[in-house]
Ligand binder design. Structure first.
Ligand SMILES: NC(=O)c1ccc[n+]([C@@H]2O[C@H](COP(=O)([O-])OP(=O)(O)OC[C@H]3O[C@@H](n4cnc5c(N)ncnc54)[C@H](O)[C@@H]3O)[C@@H](O)[C@H]2O)c1
Length: 258
């Protein structure tokens, strides 16, 4: 699938995996809209890449449509990448046996709302926008890429909400791809392992934490680089024969209970 002279929306594009993917797409001649909540970083990166920034909460339909329309205004929209997401760690039960200390249901709902419902919101609207594209030789009109996590498969202690949300994203991949095949749009999903991004914080304590995390990786024994994720993301978007697949990029790690 040709990316040059097309446009893309990248949610979570103001940081980490989304930012790296936006940069990789821009290098391939894509006009990128960064759809994020971080206005300062988003606007600065968009300017650097010759793209656009749209303040967009992925759970807000009007804001997602505004991001898609901003992309369409620059070039035909052929790619949508979901990288917006939040992490959370809380055990399902408290230590005192009281109902009140069980996992906060509002936190559970919030993680599902952003990571899963937000992802689906972007997919359903982006595919609708892509359905108007003039198809290529394969009858193709675009591609979606979602970001789950290895926590979808090996969720750790405290990851009930996060793993549920990411398991939902993996489960979405096949029926989504089947739903949108008739309009010539593909959908794939990446399950990242431990990739070095701002979610792990910054400074000496964070460096020490990341070094400990890296020691648990099979090989190579380090955190992944965001550009390694981005390289796979661009491949899944541009390779016309990749569809309905969920791919781990994790250097062989299998997460332990904690
Ligand atoms: N870094 C890792 O090791 C890792 C591993 C597995 C999965 N992931 C997943 O990859 C995705 C990106 O993670 P990252 O490491 O780049 O994190 P990050 O914190 O660096 O970036 C996430 C971005 O999403 C944005 N965002 C949060 N909520 C949003 C919302 N409601 N609407 C729009 N934007 C929103 C944030 O402002 C931020 O810019 C997340 O879904 C995360 O769960 C990351």
């Amino acid at each position: 699938m040709e990316l040059n002279n097309t446009s893309a929306v990248v949610t979570g594009g103001a940081s980490g995996l989304g930012e790296a993917t936006a940069r990789a797409l821009a290098e391939r001649g894509v006009k990128v809209v960064l759809a994020d909540l971080n206005d300062e970083a988003g606007a600065a990166i968009a300017k650097e890449l010759g793209g656009a920034y749209v303040h967009c909460d992925v759970t807000n339909t009007d804001e997602v449509i505004a991001a898609l329309e901003a992309a369409k205004a620059m070039a035909p929209l052929w790619s949508a990448v979901n990288c917006a997401g939040i992490g959370w760690a809380t055990r399902t039960i408290g230590k005192d046996g009281e109902y009140a200390s069980a996992h906060d249901l509002d936190i559970y709902r919030k993680v599902i709302e952003i990571n899963l419902i937000g992802t689906f919101n972007v997919c359903r609207l982006a595919a609708t926008a892509m359905s108007h594209n003039t198809p290529d030789v394969d009858g193709m009109r675009g591609a979606l890429l979602n970001t789950a996590s290895v926590a979808a498969e090996d969720g750790q202690i405290g990851q009930a909400a996060y793993s549920s949300s990411k398991g939902g994203v993996v489960g979405l991949t096949l029926p989504l791809a089947r739903d949108i095949a008739p309009i010539g749009v593909r959908a794939n999903c990446i399950l990242p392992g431990l990739i070095d991004t701002p979610i792990y914080g910054a400074g000496p304590a964070s460096d020490e934490f990341k070094a400990r995390l890296g020691a648990g990786v099979l090989f190579p024994k380090r955190l992944g680089f965001a550009r390694e994720f981005a390289s796979l993301a661009v491949e899944l978007l541009s390779n016309s024969y990749m569809n309905a697949e969920s791919v781990r990029i994790d250097a062989g790690i299998r997460m332990q209970p904690k």
